[in-house]
Design a protein around this ligand. Structure first.
Ligand SMILES: [Zn+2]
Length: 450
C-alpha cells in the first residue's frame, strides 16, 4: 500500500512559484486534457503559426500525431521531424546537429514531443540557433525539462553541454500516465536520488566544504516525501501520482538554475550513475536509462549511509599515526587504475585535484569530525529517515534496485563506488569515508553480494 500524501502546500503550487522566479522557464503547465490547448499555449510562448514537431516513432504515436491534428485544425503549419523509435534514439551530438541544420533555414518554432533524449536534442539544437523551444512531455522519466544542461555524447563520451531549458513545458497528465510504466519508474529513480544527494550536501555543509542553499534545498527536498509517496499508483499509471512525480522532477531543474549548479540534485548517487553511463552500460541491446542507473546507485548510497551512521564518529576517524593520509601520487595511481580509459581519467584528474587535502587540512577535518561527527550523523539520520523505506518504494515503482537488474555484478558496483569520488569535485559521503580511511571497508561490508 502507498502511504497517504502529505498535506499542502502542494508540489504544483511550489512549482508555479519556482517558475515565476526562473529567468529562463516561462511556464510548466501540468493538468488533464492540456493538449487541446496547444495552439494557445504555443502562441503565449512566442510561436506564430508554424512549428516543427520533433519526435520519434514512439512519441509521435503517444502525442505527436494528435498534436499535429490539433495544430492543423487551428490553421497552423506543422512540419514533423521524426526519428525512428527503435532502437531508442541515442543522445549524440551528431543527431542534435542534424536537427539544428534542419531548422536553420526555417522559421518554425521547435516543439519537442518526448522526454529524456528528444528533449536533450531539442534543447541543444534550440540553444545553438539561439531560439526558444517548447516541449510536450511524454513521460515523467527525468528532470531535464527545466534544467539547463544537455548531456549528449561526442565520440562516445558523455559531455554535459550548457544550454537553456525549455521555455514552456506542457505536462498533460493523460499523456504522461500512458507512458510505459518503466519510464515513469526511471523518473521515480532519478527523483529518489535526491534523498542521498541531500545527505551529501548536509555533510559538505557540516564540514564547511559547501554550504546548503536554503531556497534551492526547499525546492527539492521539502515535498520529496510526498512526491515519492505513491509508487504503486505510479506503476499502474495513476495520473495524479504521475503528476506529483512530474512536478518534483521539474522543481529539481529549477532548483539547479536557482543555485547555479547541479548540487541540489546530484551527489554520489549521480556520480556512480554517470560512470555507468559514460561506460555505455547496456542491457538487452539498449542503453540503460539514466533513472535506472540512479535508482541502483541510490540504494547503494543509502546502504553506505547506514554503515556510516552505525559508526561512532569519535572512534571512526583515524589518527595521523594509525592511517597516514593518502599521498597525491597514490590517489592519482588509484584513480588511473579504477578509471583506465585515458579520456575519463584525464577529466577525473582535473575534477579530483581540488579534493586533495594537505596533511594539515586532513588533520583539521578529522578533528572537526571527532567534535561534530555525532551532530552531523544526527542531521543526516533525520534527513534520511523522512523516507526510511525508499528502496522498498523504488521496487514498488518498478525501478531497479539491484545491480543485476541493470546488467552489472556486485564486483562492478563496488568498483564503481570506489571510483566515483574521482569523477567530480563535489564532496560526498564517499570522500568522507576515503578521508577517514574507511571507504574500502564500508564498500565491502555494505555492498556485498546478498
Ligand atoms: Zn538525474
Amino acid at each position: 500500500m502507498d502511504t497517504a500524501p502529505a498535506p499542502f502546500p502542494s508540489s504544483r503550487e511550489r512549482l508555479a512559484g519556482a517558475v515565476q522566479e526562473s529567468a529562463t522557464v516561462a511556464e510548466v503547465r501540468v493538468g488533464r486534457n492540456l493538449l487541446e490547448e496547444l495552439p494557445a499555449f504555443l502562441r503565449a510562448h512566442g510561436a506564430d503559426g508554424s512549428v516543427c514537431l520533433f519526435a520519434d516513432g514512439n512519441t509521435w504515436k503517444a502525442a505527436g500525431e494528435r498534436a499535429a491534428g490539433i495544430l492543423d485544425r487551428a490553421g497552423w503549419q506543422c512540419t514533423p521531424f521524426i526519428l525512428p523509435g527503435r532502437p531508442r534514439v541515442s543522445p549524440d551530438r551528431r543527431t542534435g546537429d542534424e536537427l539544428r541544420a534542419f531548422l536553420a533555414g526555417r522559421e518554425h518554432y521547435l516543439v519537442a514531443v518526448g522526454s529524456g533524449v528528444l528533449n536533450d536534442l531539442a534543447k541543444y539544437a534550440a540553444f545553438q540557433l539561439e531560439r526558444p523551444y517548447a516541449v510536450i512531455a511524454t513521460a515523467a522519466s527525468m528532470d531535464g525539462y527545466t534544467s539547463a544542461g544537455s548531456p549528449l555524447s561526442e565520440d562516445g563520451f558523455k559531455i554535459t553541454l550548457p544550454c537553456r531549458p525549455a521555455r514552456a513545458v506542457l505536462g498533460d497528465l493523460g499523456i504522461l500516465a500512458e507512458a510505459p510504466a518503466e519510464m515513469n519508474g526511471w523518473g521515480f529513480g532519478d527523483l529518489a536520488g535526491k534523498l542521498p544527494a541531500g545527505a551529501d550536501w548536509i555533510l559538505a555543509d557540516g564540514l564547511g566544504v559547501e554550504a546548503v542553499d536554503p531556497i534551492a534545498w526547499a525546492l527539492v527536498q521539502e515535498d520529496l516525501p510526498r512526491q515519492l509517496s505513491r509508487p504503486a499508483a505510479l506503476a499502474t499509471g495513476d495520473p495524479e501520482a504521475v503528476g506529483e512525480l512530474f512536478c518534483g522532477l521539474n522543481l529539481v531543474g529549477l532548483a539547479m538554475e536557482r543555485h547555479g549548479s547541479s548540487r541540489p540534485a546530484s551527489g554520489a548517487d549521480h556520480q556512480i550513475a554517470h560512470l555507468w553511463e559514460m561506460e555505455g552500460l547496456s542491457l538487452g541491446g539498449e542503453k540503460v536509462s539514466h533513472g535506472a542507473c540512479v535508482s541502483v546507485a541510490t540504494v547503494a548510497m543509502l546502504r553506505l549511509y547506514r554503515w556510516w551512521l552505525a559508526r561512532d564518529p569519535r572512534e571512526a576517524p583515524p589518527t595521523e599515526r594509525t592511517t597516514p593520509p593518502a599521498s597525491a601520487e597514490s590517489e592519482f595511481a588509484l584513480l588511473r587504475s579504477l578509471l583506465p580509459h585515458p579520456t575519463i581519467a584525464a577529466r577525473a584528474e582535473r575534477e579530483f585535484t581540488p579534493k586533495l587535502l594537505s596533511p594539515g587540512q586532513r588533520e583539521e577535518r578529522l578533528t572537526l569530525l571527532r567534535r561534530e561527527g555525532a551532530a552531523l550523523q544526527g542531521r543526516v539520520a533525520d534527513h534520511l529517515d523522512r523516507i526510511a523505506d525508499l528502496p522498498d518504494r523504488l521496487a514498488r515503482a518498478g525501478a531497479p534496485i539491484r545491480p543485476d537488474q541493470i546488467g552489472i555484478d556486485g564486483e562492478r558496483l563496488r568498483r564503481s563506488a570506489r571510483a566515483a569520488r574521482f569523477l567530480r569535485s563535489r564532496y560526498t559521503l564517499l570522500d568522507l569515508l576515503a578521508e577517514t580511511g574507511q571507504l574500502d571497508r564500508a564498500i565491502d561490508e555494505s555492498l556485498g553480494d546478498d
